[in-house]
Design a binder for this molecule. Structure first.
Ligand code: SP5
Ligand code: ZN
Length: 360
């Protein structure tokens, strides 16, 4: 049977060519490449899934979870970098930060927007790996549109998938990094919550902690946030966040759940954690879910040591689909080009069969 979940995609997303990552000071090829989305889309087409165009959302809606100053920087960074001649001297063909307003540097003082373009990147970027080139802004903005379109579709038709690139789940209100610029899943959650008129949950199964949504909705119980990921305490990105002790604050206390797993954890315990995320969504009163679908927990992925199989991802889809709730699925990580497509297809097939079992 062909897949029936609609796939939202926008060609413009290919325009983001990070040109590698600066990691420990060395420019490495990087893994968040345009080919990822091409492979996923091709696999979904082969599986018979129908396509949908992304609709352009109003800026006020799409960008509401981000600091307008950061948004302005992301939009203008590349042209400012070129205007300043940095592509010639020192000869850097992407926007790369070099100085960060670390709390140990600035303390409690307000953090200004620095005059120098070279310093401005570090005002909003928390790592050296998330580079900006000529097509980055347009692609990141289109990824948001795809996520919002999928959420709007899910609210009406039950389920939709956004083939988003660049990914978004590491981006906070006022900082980008981890190959992410704008938080696609957060934008989708806002849309789904407003469309359904009640609380929703973001359930993040990417191999890395969904620190962006955790931060954006930290004190907001209307978007519960849960994440299963490789234990940052075992030495994995994002290193400083993603511990089980992080549970939200104020009105959002208890509305954040982190489930860190040891490196090498395979399908069994990973699926138990996905089931726990599903229970958490229920206890948070979520009337809909956004699945932050990274497939980088799969064995063979270059960015994570979790050893989940395609059957594991199918099982996760079944659990998530089994909730029987309106479901927007948003693509996050997944870097093995030879398997990324089949992993996404397996997950979506699982979601479909879970929804059938739930009587939807
Ligand atoms: C969206 C997403 O999955 N972002 C994760 C980015 C994690 N990047 C961490 C990079 C750490 C350096 N990787 C070096 C790999 C060497 N084999
Ligand atoms: Zn990841």
């Amino acid at each position: 049977m062909p897949l029936s979940i609609p796939v939202v995609y926008d060609e413009q997303q290919r325009a983001h060519e990070p040109g590698g990552e600066i990691w420990v000071g060395v420019r490495t090829p990087g893994t968040e490449v345009p080919e990822r989305a091409i492979r996923v889309r091709a696999a979904l087409e082969d599986a018979g899934a129908p396509s949908m165009a992304a609709e352009r959302a109003e800026d006020e809606l799409a960008l509401r979870f981000h600091d307008p100053e950061m948004v302005r920087w992301l939009r203008d960074a590349w042209s400012l970098w070129e205007q300043d001649g940095l592509t010639d001297d020192p000869g850097q063909d992407r926007v790369v930060p070099y100085l960060f307003p670390h709390p140990g540097l600035v303390g409690d003082l307000p953090v200004p927007v620095p005059a120098a373009v070279t310093a401005r990147a570090g005002r909003w970027c928390f790592d050296t790996m998330t580079l900006i080139g000529s097509g980055t802004w347009d692609a990141a903005r289109c990824a948001l549109d795809a996520a919002i379109t999928a959420a709007g579709t899910a609210a009406i038709d039950g389920v939709a998938y956004a083939c988003c690139r660049p990914p978004g789940h590491h981006a906070t209100r006022d900082a980008y990094g981890g190959s992410c610029y704008l938080n696609n899943a957060a934008a989708a959650a806002g849309m789904l919550r407003d469309s359904l008129g009640g609380p929703v949950a973001i359930l993040d199964v990417d191999a890395h902690h969904g620190n962006g949504a955790q931060s954006i909705f930290w004190s907001d119980p209307t978007v519960a946030t849960g994440s299963v990921h490789v234990d940052p305490g075992a030495g994995w990105f994002p290193h400083f966040l993603g511990f089980a002790s992080e549970r939200g604050a104020g009105d959002g206390e208890g509305a954040n759940l982190n489930l860190p797993l040891a490196p090498g954890t395979g399908d069994g315990p990973w699926l138990e954690s996905v089931a726990e995320l599903c229970e958490f969504a229920g206890s948070a009163g979520a009337g809909g879910i956004v699945v932050a679908l990274g497939v980088d927990a799969a064995g063979g992925d270059p960015e994570s040591p979790l050893e989940v199989t395609a059957e594991g991802y199918r099982g996760a889809g079944e659990l998530l689909g089994g909730l029987g709730l309106p479901t927007a699925i948003v693509q996050e990580g997944g870097y093995d080009l030879d398997t990324i497509g089949e992993l996404v297809v397996a997950t979506l097939e699982g979601v479909e069969s879970g929804r059938v079992s739930a009587g939807i």
